[in-house]
Design a protein around this ligand. Structure first.
Ligand code: NDP
Length: 265
């Protein structure tokens, strides 16, 4: 039986095992997908499990998407560009690090028929997921990206890489077509992002990478002001679908049951 894992810290909240095990069963594969909480000093041992074929694939989540990189042999171009790895596997005796968050985000926009081409984006956050969102928006042909992060130095590091990023202070608002919450602010019920919604106007797309809770205050407020809203559910599903395809060479179905698996949590 092949074994797959998602590692992170904390990891309890992860719905990846539910999703992957559903697809494993649906496709009659002899495999199992678990979650494991580790500390940074446990990364080497986990990757060794992949080298020794005790594990066949690993998903990486907060906070190890970058710190895992030194333990890998090869990065795919997308993982290299974003310095972020969420999917690992062994190929021809080498440990490969890939990033499926970028395509996950891109496909989630396609799913809702949203074209970001030529539009202006405003990203809140400069953590691990931010470079994947920037990379996806650039691939699609966004015209301008403004970014704001509580810790400005982290935003500056991103600007070193993406020099055309427009940085503004945390708490400031800029009128944009698509406004993305890429922070973890919203995971807790009382979390609120200070934004001047009236400055942004109506009929814009507010996108929260968080999918649990389903409607953060960021989305509730945006809706009140007459905007479209989307949470991170489809990004999560599409990144998992691509990881599954990489590991098993099967593109699993995104059906009503898959959506239900995430809704019921
Ligand atoms: P990180 O921990 O790397 O980054 C956290 C970000 O949130 C930083 O920008 C941080 O700012 C900001 N932040 C945290 N607390 C506060 C606060 N109190 N006030 C202001 N800003 C705050 O996390 P990731 O980037 O990896 O993930 C961010 C979110 O995206 C998580 O909720 C994660 O679950 C979600 N996610 C969803 C995915 C999906 O498929 N839908 C995929 C990947 C992530 P600062 O730099 O100042 O600390």
């Amino acid at each position: 039986m092949k074994r797959y894992l998602v590692i992170g810290n904390p990891i309890d909240h992860s719905l990846s095992p539910k999703l992957h095990n559903y697809w494993i069963k649906q496709n009659n594969l002899d495999a199992v997908y678990d979650k494991k909480s580790i500390n940074e000093d446990g990364l080497k041992e986990i990757i060794n499990n992949l080298k020794n074929d005790n594990v066949s694939g690993i998903n990486i989540t907060v906070p190890f998407k970058k710190t895992v990189i030194p333990f890998l042999d090869v990065l795919t171009p997308l993982a290299k560009e974003t310095d972020s790895v969420n999917t690992i596997y062994k190929k021809e005796n080498q440990i490969i690090g890939d990033n499926t968050d970028i395509i996950g985000f891109e496909r989630s926009l396609k799913h809702i028929n949203y074209s970001a081409k030529g539009k202006k984006a405003f990203i809140l956050g400069a953590g691990g997921v931010a470079p994947s969102i920037i990379c996806a928006l650039k691939k699609i042909g966004i015209s301008k990206i403004t970014l704001s992060n509580r810790t400005r130095d982290k935003a500056k590091i991103l600007k070193n890489k993406y020099t055309d990023l427009n940085l503004i202070n945390w708490g400031e608002t800029i009128n944009s077509d698509i406004i993305i919450n890429a922070t973890s602010l919203g995971l807790q019920e009382n979390d609120e992002i200070k934004l001047d919604y009236s400055k942004i106007g109506v009929n814009k797309l507010f996108y929260d990478v968080i999918y649990n809770p389903r409607k953060t205050k960021f989305l509730v407020n945006a809706k009140k002001f007459g905007n479209k809203i989307e949470n991170g559910k489809y990004m999560f599903i599409y990144q998992a679908q691509l990881a599954f395809e990489i590991w098993h060479n099967i593109k699993p179905k995104i059906d009503a049951k898959v959506l239900g698996l995430l809704e019921n949590d």
